[in-house]
Ligand binder design. Structure first.
Ligand code: KG4
Ligand code: ZN
Length: 352
C-alpha cells in the first residue's frame, strides 16, 4: 500500500521587503512553479528601500504574479489546497499587502491560510532543495536584517545560539558598498568587485573572534573600512582591494563562529540560508571547512538564498500538513521572535 503524501498545492506569497515572490509548492511533487519580481530599479535612485514605494509596488505586481505562477504550474485557483504568506518580520505595509491578498484568496476558496515567519522560510529553504536533510543541525541565517546561529532540533524548535549585536552581515555589506560609492543593492555589487581585489592587500579585523561566544558585531568593521577608504587614493583597484579585505573579514568571522556553534551543539551538519548565503566566497569557505571536519554544509541554490516565494510556500506547506491553521484575521508582525514558533515535532508528523 502506498504511503505517499497526498497532493496538496500550496500557494506561497512573499512581500516582506523589496521583492514580490510567488510560488506553488506541492509536498507530493515538489516545487511546481515560482516567480519573482525585484523592485531594485524602483529603489535604486534613493540608495535604499523606500517602504511606502515598496508597498505600492507589491499592490501592482502581486496579482499578475499569482496569475503567472499558477499558469506556469498548470493550475487554476480552484486547485489550491492552502495559501501561505509572509506574516513577518518585515516592513509592515509590505507585509500587509501579501497578508491581505493571501487571506482574501483563502477565504474565497475556503482553504486554510497560514502566516509564515520569513526567517523560518529562509531556514527551511535548504530542506526544500534536499529531501535527505533532516534536523538536528545548526543553521547560519545571514540576511539583510539578521545574522543568527540557531540550533535546529526539529522543524519549529529553534534555539538561538548567537546573533549580531549591531549590524546584520548583509546590512554591513550594503552599508560598506554604499560608503565606497557602489549602487544599491550593495552586497552583491561589493562581492562582485571583491573578485578583482588582491587578498591581503587590506587586512581588517575578524570582530569578536578573539574571545569565546557566538555573537557577532559588524559595525566596527564597517568603520575600519570607512577609514581605509577615506585614506586611500580611491582608485578602482584600491576599491576592489578594500572590498576583498572586507569580504574576507566577514567570511572568516562567520566561518569561525559556525565551527564554534557546531561544536557547542554537538553537530556536524551546517545549513546556510538568507541573502548572504549567495556569497560565493562564503560558500567555498564553509564547504572547505566541512570537508576538513568530515561533516556537511548545505545551501539552497543562490536564487533561493535571497527572498523568494518558494521558501514561503514550502514552509507553509509543512506547517499546514502538520495541521497548523491560523484564524481569519489579517495579522502581520513586523518584529517576531522565531523561538516563539510552535514545533512541528509535537504536531502531526509529516514524512516529506
Ligand atoms: O535574505 P535577503 O534577500 O533579504 C532579507 O531578508 O534581508 O538578503 C538580502 C541581503 C542584502 O543585504 C544583500 O546585500 C545580501 O543579502 N546579499 C549578499 C549577496 N547577495 C545578497 N551579500 C554578499 N554577497 C552576495 N553575493
Ligand atoms: Zn529575507
Amino acid at each position: 500500500m502506498s504511503t505517499a503524501t497526498a497532493s496538496t498545492a500550496v500557494l506561497g506569497i512573499e512581500t516582506s521587503c523589496d521583492e514580490t515572490g510567488v510560488a506553488v509548492y506541492d509536498l507530493a511533487s515538489g516545487l511546481r512553479s515560482h516567480a519573482l519580481y525585484s523592485q531594485i530599479a524602483l529603489h535604486a535612485e534613493y540608495g535604499g528601500v523606500v517602504p511606502e514605494l515598496a508597498s505600492r509596488d507589491h499592490v501592482r505586481k502581486l496579482l499578475p504574479l499569482i496569475r503567472q505562477t499558477l499558469a506556469e504550474a498548470g493550475l487554476g485557483v480552484a486547485d489550491l489546497d492552502g495559501v501561505a504568506y509572509t506574516a513577518g518580520p518585515g516592513l509592515v505595509g509590505a507585509l500587509l499587502v501579501g497578508a491581505g491578498v493571501a487571506r482574501a484568496l483563502a477565504w474565497a476558496l475556503d482553504v486554510p491560510a497560514i502566516g509564515v515567519h520569513h526567517m523560518e522560510g529562509h531556514l527551511l529553504a535548504p530542506l526544500m532543495e534536499d529531501a535527505t536533510l533532516k534536523p538536528p543541525f545548526v543553521a547560519l541565517l545571514v540576511s539583510g536584517g539578521h545574522t543568527q546561529l540557531i540550533a535546529v532540533k526539529a522543524i519549529g524548535d529553534y534555539e538561538l545560539l548567537g546573533e549580531t549585536l549591531d549590524d546584520a552581515a548583509g546590512e554591513a555589506f550594503d552599508k560598506t558598498a554604499k560608503m565606497m560609492g557602489l549602487p544599491y543593492p550593495g552586497g552583491p555589487q561589493l562581492a562582485k568587485l571583491a573578485e578583482q581585489g588582491r587578498p591581503g592587500a587590506y587586512k581588517f579585523s575578524r570582530p569578536m573572534t578573539d574571545r569565546p561566544g557566538l555573537d557577532f558585531s559588524f559595525s566596527g568593521l564597517k568603520t575600519q573600512v570607512l577609514l581605509a577608504w577615506q585614506k586611500s587614493d580611491k582608485s578602482d583597484a584600491t576599491r576592489a582591494d578594500i572590498a576583498r579585505g572586507f569580504e574576507d573579514a566577514v567570511v572568516d568571522t562567520l566561518a569561525i563562529k559556525c565551527e564554534r556553534a557546531l561544536e557547542a551543539a554537538g553537530c556536524d551538519t551546517l545549513i546556510v540560508a538568507g541573502g548572504v548565503g549567495a556569497n560565493v566566497r562564503l560558500r567555498a569557505k564553509l564547504q572547505a571547512q566541512a570537508e576538513k571536519r568530515g561533516g556537511r554544509v548545505c545551501f539552497p541554490r543562490p536564487v533561493f538564498c535571497t527572498d523568494n516565494g518558494a521558501m514561503i510556500a514550502y514552509a507553509g506547506a509543512l506547517r499546514l500538513a502538520a495541521g497548523q491553521r491560523d484564524d481569519v484575521k489579517v495579522d502581520v508582525r513586523p518584529r517576531w521572535d522565531m523561538a516563539t514558533l510552535p514545533s512541528l515535532a509535537k504536531q502531526k508528523e509529516h514524512s516529506a
